[in-house]
Design a binder for this molecule. Structure first.
Ligand SMILES: [Zn+2]
Ligand SMILES: [Zn+2]
Length: 342
């Protein structure tokens, strides 16, 4: 089968072909697993963190991709609700141990044995992939294969980030960066908390215009101040400057939720601008978002279907995987990028 692999660490600001296309045998599922023929796979900023070594694969080579929509072609498990021919999705959570304190308390995202699809185990940038039968999700018919892929990461992690905001209808929310995940959070907020005003901070004018089209209250650059201080901000950028700027825009008692698997080192010195009275005093909090649980994925898919909203997607041919990654690196982003695999 044709598959894209990560076989080394490299810097995407100078490298335009980080992934290598190879032909390799179709994988063989074991007991408890299913084999999927991949239809589409979303492209995520996390692939860049893997390639650039901030969250590297356990072993090389690995097939990236953790927003996978596929057709079930073999079933070696016990789940009776799964049939050959079903359309299912696989997300970032490939598996967790199921027995530790975190798994038993609904926080399998924090499990020490958490395995990530497309980093610790082969993912969906390939014609076929294997998944654990207990970690696949049925996809409602209202979504096309392309529309469904971004629900699995951008949507699910956006849902988790919003859950960590303790949001209530009427509280104000800021979004720093307006890529795949943030645009889904905006739509989710409009559905769940119709009185909540959303303020979007983004460096790129395209992202700001896109946010206004989708109905946010205000947009500005990272260093601009909105007309009021907000209750909560979700930061989806890979940099540090935004953390400082966001903290300055929070109300007393406000919370900053950082939805980024890793931050880049390039502007870390901006943290030296941290002023305790301006950025942290008055019980301001910072919280990171780690991974997703199956419940996050399922809940987001359910809500997306209920709202019948379609994510804004940009399609790339399977052969253009490297181009899609370079475009994300250069923040040529409008919505979510998806590879058409077959
Ligand atoms: Zn992702
Ligand atoms: Zn566990």
């Amino acid at each position: 089968m044709k598959s894209w692999i990560i076989n080394r660490t490299c810097d995407l600001s100078s490298e335009i072909a980080p992934l290598v296309l190879v032909d390799q045998p179709e994988p063989e599922p074991q007991t408890g697993q299913v084999l999927l023929k991949v239809n589409t796979c979303g492209v995520c900023h996390t692939e860049i963190d893997e390639i650039e070594g901030r969250t590297p694969p356990l072993v090389y080579p690995v097939i990236p991709g953790h927003q996978v929509i596929g057709t079930l072609v073999r079933h070696l498990g016990k789940r009776s609700d799964l049939q050959i021919g079903d359309r299912v999705g696989v997300a970032w959570i490939y598996a967790a141990c199921g027995s530790c304190e975190f798994c038993l308390s609904g926080q399998e995202n924090l499990c020490r044995q958490f395995r990530a699809t497309g980093r610790d185990v082969n993912g969906g940038y390939a014609e076929y992939m294997i998944a654990d039968e207990n970690y696949v999700y049925k996809i409602p018919g209202i979504f096309t294969d392309t529309e469904a892929a971004p629900l699995l990461c951008a949507g699910a992690i956006g849902y988790r980030s919003l859950s960590l905001c303790n949001m209530m209808n009427g509280k104000t929310l800021g979004l720093t960066g307006f890529g795949a995940s943030a645009h889904l959070v905006l739509k989710l907020v409009q559905h769940l908390y119709p009185k909540t005003e959303v303020y979007v901070f983004a460096r790129s004018r395209t992202e700001r215009e896109f946010a206004l089209q989708l109905g946010c209250k205000w947009t500005g650059d990272h260093n601009e101040r909105p007309p009021l201080r907000v209750d909560c901000i979700i930061d989806t950028t890979p940099v540090w400057t935004t953390v400082i700027e966001a903290l300055a825009c929070l109300k007393p008692g406000g919370r900053l939720v950082i939805n980024a698997i890793r931050k880049e080192e390039s502007d870390k010195d901006s943290l030296l601008r941290l002023s305790y009275p301006m950025h942290l005093w008055m019980e301001k909090e910072i919280k990171s978002v780690a991974n997703v649980t199956r419940n996050d994925v399922q809940e987001f898919i359910r809500l997306a279907a209920e709202m019948s909203f379609k994510p804004e997607v940009e399609e790339y041919s399977f052969e253009s995987a490297n181009q899609a990654l370079v475009d994300i690196k250069n923040r040529r982003i409008k919505g979510a990028k998806v590879l058409i695999v077959s």
